[in-house]
Every structure is written in structure tokens, then in C-alpha cells.
Design a binder for this molecule. Structure first.
Ligand code: G3H
Ligand code: 13P
Ligand code: NA
Ligand code: ZN
Length: 308
């Protein structure tokens, strides 16, 4: 059943967390829905502008709708990740998305509020929930490259004002994570002091953590053993940090890179070990199977298993 993301957050707040999984190909959509059905786990399936560019929005929506037919018990929201106005209007007009993110976090506070408010008023008139972002994550985010030095943590003092002004439904905050494979390169972990302060200012309001891949060190080693060339500081958020973040109001965890690392490891190893082989269907099938294992572990950790 496709639902507004707010429905998922209401149930989750304070006790578990909804995984928001970035998808760009049918293998990922299939693996995600198969696992969600098996584990009775509510999910958010989300597309970035880059993914929509890669596969075409119609393709992505077709995969999702097909998966929802194959796995009819899955409770899910379909979300625009890191959207700008053009993607959001397009997504809303498709009548397929139940949630959108307006990422105006690179603007000034007032401009961010103005752009977010406009999206909220349109989206809410169509029963679509809205995620906004306050603060800037370091690392790689689509075409935007932000150096660690310039990372702008969310200012907890601004959060209450922002939420009151915009009426957004959930808020992505910058509390130390970053997108991609190199997180916490400065050695800092998640800023629980900021998360706690934010929760104090907006109690019961759903918080979103981007850049929430764990970057399995075993995968990094295997990728490198197969010629991957990833650097030593390929690191992610820890499982303990995730568990603690959930108790501080984090209801949505965005995960993309962990799925990509799995793909990279499987394809690198497969073609290294099968000289002369040229068919992607064999490693592609292995990817779907191993993705189910990866996601099942995530769902156990996040606590959404059995909550559909
Ligand atoms: O922010 C989300 C992803 O990590 C970036 O994914 O390359 O599909 O934009 P993308
Ligand atoms: P990761 O790069 O840690 O998977 O984060 C993904 C994300 O935040 C998508 O919006
Ligand atoms: Na998002
Ligand atoms: Zn993100």
C-alpha cells in the first residue's frame, strides 16, 4: 500500500526508523520490495534527480509500480530526494509520489523558508508530505561538492523557527554525516549534542538523517582487493550511532552508498574471477540476492521490521 510518509513517521517516532532507499535500477527496486514484503517492513523508496536523469522518471516509476504488484503487502512511500522545484512539480504532476524533498539548504535561511513554504502549500493540497533541509552536509551531493571545512552544521536555534514558518513535515539536518564513501574524514562522529538540542526545540517532530550509509569495511577491503582503489578513510556512520539517533527523533535514514558498494564489490569480483565471462545477468542476480541480505540487516537495526 502506497502511503503519505507522515503516516510512517507517526508510528516510528522515538522507537524505530524508516529506511529511505535510493534506487536507480530494477535490481534495487526488486530486492528492496522483496525484503520489505518478507520482513513486513515499511519503507520509503526514493529517487534523486541524478537517478531520474539516469533511468528516466517513467522507468523508475514503472519499476516501483511493478514491484508493488509483485509484493502487494508492502507499505511504502515514494519520495523525491534532493529535489528542486522543477523535479518536484514534475513528480507532483505524475500523481505517483507521496512525498517530496525540497533541498534549498544552500540558500539563506529566509530564501530556504520561502522556497520550502511554496512547495509545502502545493504538496499539502495534494496530500503529499514535504521534507526540507536546514544546514549543509559535507561531501558529495549530486553535482554539488562541498569541502569538509565548509560544512555547515544545522543551527538548532533556527530549527524551531524554520519548522513553524514552513510547516514542513520532516527536516533533514546536518549533524556530522555526509554523502558518499568518505564520511567523518575529520575524525568527528555524529554530533549528538546538536541532535539533542534540536529534539528539545521541536519535540515529536520527525528528523531525517542523510548520508546514513555504514560503509561496511569488509566491502571496502574486498573492493580494494579487486582493484577498487578506495582510500583508507572510506568510513560511515556506526550501528551504535544509528540506534542512538533513533532515540533522538530520527525517523528517516537515507541510504544510497551501501547499495552501490555492494554492486561494485560483486561486479568487480565476478569479472575478476571469471575471465572471459561477459554476461551481467549472473552478477546482477547475485546482487539482488545479496541486497536482500544487506537490507534485512538494516531493517533489523532500524527496527522497522514487523511494523508494516
Ligand atoms: O544524496 C543522495 C545520493 O547519495 C546521491 O545519489 O548520485 O543518485 O544523486 P545520486
Ligand atoms: P549515503 O551516501 O550515506 O548512502 O547517503 C544517501 C543520502 O543521503 C541520499 O539522500
Ligand atoms: Na530525502
Ligand atoms: Zn541526501
Amino acid at each position: 500500500m502506497k502511503v503519505n510518509a507522515n503516516k510512517l513517521f507517526e508510528k516510528a517516532y522515538g522507537s524505530f526508523c524508516i529506511p529511505a532507499i535510493n534506487i536507480s535500477n530494477p535490481e534495487q527496486v526488486h530486492g528492496l520490495f522483496a525484503t520489505a514484503q518478507k520482513m513486513e517492513a515499511p519503507i520509503i523508496v526514493q529517487t534523486t534527480p541524478a537517478a531520474r536523469e539516469y533511468a528516466h522518471p517513467l522507468m523508475l516509476l514503472s519499476y516501483i509500480n511493478a514491484a508493488a504488484q509483485l509484493y502487494p503487502d508492502v507499505v511504502y512511500a515514494v519520495h523525491v530526494d534532493h529535489g528542486y522545484e522543477a523535479h518536484i512539480y514534475d513528480a507532483i504532476n505524475s500523481n505517483e509520489y507521496t512525498s517530496v524533498m525540497i533541498d534549498a539548504s544552500h540558500d539563506t535561511l529566509e530564501k530556504n523558508i520561502e522556497r520550502t513554504k511554496a512547495i509545502v502549500s502545493l504538496a499539502h493540497s495534494k496530500d503529499i508530505s514535504v521534507e526540507a533541509e536546514l544546514g549543509v552536509l559535507s561531501g558529495k551531493e549530486d553535482d554539488i561538492d562541498i569541502n569538509d571545512e565548509n560544512a555547515l552544521y544545522t543551527d538548532p536555534a533556527e530549527v524551531e523557527y524554520f519548522v513553524k514558518q514552513t510547516h514542513c513535515d520532516c527536516l533533514a539536518v546536518a549533524v556530522g554525516t555526509s554523502h558518499g564513501v568518505y564520511k567523518f574524514s575529520g575524525g568527528r562522529g555524529l554530533r549528538f549534542d546538536l541532535l539533542e538540542d534540536i529534539q528539545r526545540r521541536v519535540p515529536n517532530f520527525p528528523i531525517v538523517l542523510h548520508g546514513a550509509s555504514t560503509i561496511d569495511q569488509n566491502e571496502v577491503s574486498r573492493i580494494n582487493a579487486a582493484g577498487g582503489g578506495l582510500q583508507d578513510n572510506a568510513k560511515g556512520i556506526t550501528e551504535a550511532e544509528i540506534k542512538k539517533a533513533i532515540t533522538h527523533g530520527v525517523c528517516k535514514l537515507n541510504i544510497a552508498t551501501d547499495l552501490r558498494l555492494l554492486w561494485t564489490r560483486i561486479f568487480r569480483e565476478y569479472f575478476r574471477d571469471h575471465n572471459g565471462e561477459w554476461d551481467h545477468l549472473i552478477p546482477g542476480k547475485q546482487y539482488m540476492e545479496e541486497l536482500e541480505v544487506l537490507l534485512a540487516k538494516k531493517f533489523e537495526l532500524l527496527g522497522n521490521a514487523g511494523k508494516a
